[in-house]
Write a new protein. Structure first.
Length: 100
């Protein structure tokens, strides 16, 4: 059951990455990855890497999950999904502000 939840969360992360790559800041070659308190991006990465970083990180973290309680896996997947959404939302705002 928990593995199904984790798989669903991963599918959602991939869907968010695909949507973001296609729709958000299509004219930008690089996307902010780190934000200052003034809401300016102060480090950026190429678009594809920027939007797929968190799903790749989640996928890399899961092989070590054999020793983790299965219920914690669902929580970890939810945290990764939340992190991705909390990255995509400011990038969307940044893109809209940049376009005017």
């Amino acid at each position: 059951m928990c593995h199904d939840v984790l798989a669903g969360e991963f599918v959602l992360m991939v869907a968010v990455a695909i949507y973001a790559h296609r729709k958000i800041a299509p004219d930008s070659g690089s996307i902010p990855m780190r934000w200052s308190l003034t809401v300016n991006g102060n480090w950026s990465a190429p678009r594809l890497l920027a939007f797929t970083f968190i799903p790749i990180l989640a996928l890399a973290a899961m092989p070590s999950s054999g020793t983790i309680d299965p219920s914690a896996l669902g929580l970890a997947g939810g945290i990764f999904l939340a992190c991705q959404i909390l990255h995509v939302l400011p990038v969307d705002r940044w893109s809209k502000a940049k376009r005017g």
